[in-house]
Write a protein that binds this ligand. Structure first.
Ligand SMILES: C[S@@+](CC[C@H](N)C(=O)[O-])C[C@H]1O[C@@H](n2cnc3c(N)ncnc32)[C@H](O)[C@@H]1O
Length: 279
């Protein structure tokens, strides 16, 4: 991993590498997946809903097979990569900042006998370690919010995606018409200056020669997901505190509350964005 990483990237790395965060995400966020789920009912299990997001994104791509080379940016514990490799036989490179998560990802891939298909790489999506166009599909779930320079991330995706290749991703964002300043509590908690938006991604991807396949706003899923995580933490508060410490858990609960309020006010946005790089 190159040494000249931005402060934002360094903060995200330290956060996801910490044992407090690792224990929390392993035990309260569904285990395999650390992203917003697609809930059929508001009280559905977090793991099942989280898995549905992966299945829905894979269906949208439609062209996955043994010849496909996928890049998962900010791949967490690798649940999506294992699904893609197992279901479609495709090869997946998991690029992720956290070595704590990467170790568990690699262990799980070995246990599932998928390590021949999945390559776990330590690095940042602001500086993707690939020489040039190497991927048919660039995939990412709820990771770009941690970037201090999303335009650079999109430049990197443009550089490594084959012409005709697909980009599919989700990201917790601000709404296109979000008033200035109202999201400060969320930004402060995750140490960011800005968030992406549907308008930002669509504009910036179009400039780089990507055409929109579909953009599906689903803010209610963000609200349901953060509410469900909050309920789980409240229900098993003592367990959460024993794993991650009271300060971490109380901050997490406050943070989840900010996300739910932001969704109620329609200051936030979330959804599945799907683009194709024009040839
Ligand atoms: C909310 S988690 C999502 C994990 C995974 N995509 C999933 O859906 O389970 C955000 C992930 O982004 C990763 N991340 C944050 N900043 C990154 C960066 N600059 N480069 C690569 N990964 C990054 C973190 O390590 C973490 O795994």
């Amino acid at each position: 991993m190159p040494s000249a990483q931005s402060e934002t990237v360094a903060i995200a790395e330290a956060y996801y590498d910490s044992s407090e965060a690792d224990e929390f995400y392993k035990n309260f966020w569904g285990g395999e997946d650390i992203h917003i789920g697609l809930y059929e009912t508001p009280d559905e299990g977090i793991a099942a809903a989280s898995h549905r997001t992966v299945v829905t994104m894979a269906k949208a791509i439609g062209e996955l097979g043994v010849e496909s080379k996928v890049l998962d940016l900010g791949s967490g514990y690798g649940g999506s990569a294992r699904y893609l490799a197992r279901e479609f036989g495709c090869r997946v490179d998991c690029l992720n900042l956290s070595q704590t998560q990467n170790r568990l990802n690699s262990d799980k891939n070995r246990s599932a006998r998928l390590d021949e298909l999945i390559n776990v790489i330590h690095g940042s999506f602001e500086d993707i370690p690939a020489e040039g166009p190497a991927y048919d599909i660039v995939w990412s779930q709820d990771a770009f919010l941690h970037s201090g320079d999303r335009a650079k991330v999109l430049d990197e995706i443009d550089r490594v995606c084959h012409p005709g290749g697909q980009l599919i991703f989700t990201d917790p964002m601000q709404s296109d018409d979000c008033p200035e300043g109202v999201l400060q509590p969320i930004l402060d908690r995750i140490n960011l200056e800005t968030m992406g938006s549907f308008a930002f991604y669509q504009r910036e991807l179009e400039v780089r020669g990507f055409e929109k396949v579909s953009v599906r706003p689903m803010l209610s899923q963000l609200k349901t997901h953060y509410s469900r995580i909050g309920e789980e933490v409240q229900n098993r508060y003592d367990v959460a505190v024993s794993l991650s410490g009271k300060e971490y858990v109380d901050n997490m609960l406050r943070g989840l509350g900010h996300w739910v309020n932001g969704a109620d006010e329609h200051y936030l946005a979330w959804g599945i964005m799907h683009f194709r790089k024009m040839t």
